[in-house]
Write a protein that binds this ligand. Structure first.
Ligand code: SF4
Ligand code: SF4
Length: 89
């Protein structure tokens, strides 16, 4: 078992590589939204695999107050977060 302390600061924002569906309107700026032919909206991901709203220098969310509902639900230390950690070890 790893003894590395789990924290967003040493996780390289692993969860910000996931496909994030926009299921409520939280005010995400248009430039960060991708809309498919069916009208389904997700957070835009760039060629490096991360969400376009991720600040690549600080590895923090640049739209934290406007982040999607799914991002608000995904808390550090939650089951989903711990599973993400396990997957990258
Ligand atoms: S919430 Fe969890 S998976 Fe996401 S960046 Fe933080 S430690 Fe990593
Ligand atoms: S909106 Fe913010 S918290 Fe959500 S995936 Fe993008 S950078 Fe990460």
């Amino acid at each position: 078992m790893s003894t590395v302390a789990k924290s967003c600061s040493n996780c390289a924002a692993s969860c910000c590589r996931f496909e994030v569906f926009l299921i409520t309107d939280t005010g995400v700026p248009e430039e960060h939204i991708e809309t498919d032919d069916d009208g389904t909206q997700t957070m835009l991901r760039l060629d490096d695999g991360w969400c376009s709203a991720l600040n690549r220098e600080t590895m923090n969310c640049s739209i934290y107050e406007l982040r999607p509902w799914l991002c608000r639900e995904f808390e550090m230390g939650s089951i989903d977060c711990l599973e993400t950690w396990q997957a990258k070890l």
